[in-house]
Ligand binder design. Structure first.
Ligand code: UD1
Length: 360
């Protein structure tokens, strides 16, 4: 089989996690160049993940930083176009639904370089989410669509995409299985003075939740009303907004809410495994909770990971204060826990799919 030259483009926290198992599997058979767009740049949002997950150092760092959507995406596209022209890869691999994903997919597709999309076919059917626009556009310019679930395959079919679609499973499960065994739950909980099964873990970072004062306030009041402590790992975007909206005091005054800086991947896995439940607007963490059998309350009106809701592990509350409190108080662990995200070997399946399509 021909050795492919693959350029993988990552840039935001969840992409580093997905790239870890994929890079490991990919480099056994092919040559990979890793590009970091620099969308996430803080040490806690980026470097820590590369170190903990053993991801190879990026070959290129575009250092794009923050900006409006168009500026951030446009700047990345300009730099990536040049890089792709110079490097002439056989395929460009993109992950998920961020502005980094969109920029890399558009730049490559317009140069006639095939785009392979990891986590293809997900839909929230909410076009006010920037991520939803990114997903739809990226899927429609991708040549190989690597789907995590049967639902994702169905979504693509409904949009007329049936060629180059492969069901490979979820690479986040690969990462959670591999690293989940290596974390020391007792030690992490001990360091934070937490007791297993007696606290909620919380994260909030979506534009829809954290860019609105009313919604953020409603979430804070809900956390405050819960009977168990809420450990809230605050994303830099949310921290900035808490200041801007004058909500820092409401958080500090709450006896119940405990704020910590963004967590590393291993800390997240440990704290998730020890939690009574997860309160989040993150996409990936809804699934991570499911992987470990931890119930979840999702602070959104819809989810891409509908299986978790259908199976009773996840409840959608939006940012309504009473609904959040009610759902958190009523958290339960259903009996059924099927392998809807594959068998934890999605990265290998993905590499085989790449080989079948391009290395012939
Ligand atoms: C992005 C993705 C989102 C993903 C999330 C994971 C898009 C449109 N959104 O959202 O899908 O779930 O990453 O975290 O791509 N900031 C820092 N330091 C950092 C990174 C961000 O201070 O290292 C601050 C900046 O002020 C920035 C803001 O956070 O303007 C938002 O960052 P950005 O990467 O644009 O979006 P996220 O909210 O992180």
């Amino acid at each position: 089989m021909k050795r492919l030259k693959v350029i993988s483009v990552v840039g935001a926290r969840p992409q580093f996690i997905k790239a870890a198992p994929v890079s490991r599997a990919l480099r056994e058979h092919h040559d990979e160049l890793l590009v970091h767009s620099g969308q996430h740049y803080d040490r806690a949002m980026s470097d820590v993940f590369f170190e903990q997950l053993g991801i190879p150092r990026p070959d290129f760092n575009l250092a794009v930083g923050s900006g409006s959507h168009a500026r951030q995406t446009g700047e990345m596209m300009t730099m990536l176009e040049e890089l792709f022209c110079e490097q002439q890869p056989d395929v460009v691999l993109v992950y998920g639904d961020t502005n980094t994903t969109l920029a890399a997919a558009l730049a490559a597709a317009k140069l006639g370089i095939p785009v392979a999309h990891v986590e293809a076919g997900l839909r929230s059917f909410n076009r006010s989410m920037p991520e939803e626009i990114n997903r739809v556009v990226v899927d429609h310019v991708s040549d190989l669509l690597l789907c995590p679930t049967t639902g994702a395959v169905e979504h693509l079919r409904a949009e007329g995409i049936t060629e180059g679609v492969e069901l490979v499973g979820d690479v986040m499960l690969d990462a959670a299985r591999y690293f989940g065994e290596r974390v020391d739950v007792d030690r992490t909980l001990g360091e934070l003075g937490l007791k297993a099964g007696e606290y909620f873990l919380a994260t909030v970072h979506r534009a829809g939740t954290s860019d609105s004062r009313d919604q953020l306030r409603s979430v804070i009041y809900a956390f405050d009303r819960l009977e168990r402590p809420v450990l809230w790992a605050v994303h830099p975007r949310t921290l900035k907004n808490l200041d801007e909206f004058g909500l820092r005091e409401a958080v500090a005054d709450s006896a119940n809410i405990r704020v910590v800086p963004p967590l590393s991947y291993l800390e997240t896995l440990a704290l998730l495994r020890g939690a009574l439940g997860l309160l989040t607007d993150s996409g990936g963490m809804q699934k991570e909770a499911y992987f470990f059998g931890i119930p979840c309350v999702t602070l959104r009106d819809e989810t891409e990971w509908t299986e978790t809701v259908e199976l009773g592990w996840n409840v959608l509350t939006g940012t309504n204060q009473d609904r959040i409190v009610e759902a958190a108080r009523g958290m339960r662990t259903p009996h059924e826990h099927p392998d809807v995200y594959g068998d934890g070997r999605a990265a290998e399946a993905l590499v085989r799919a790449l080989g079948r399509r391009y290395a012939i």
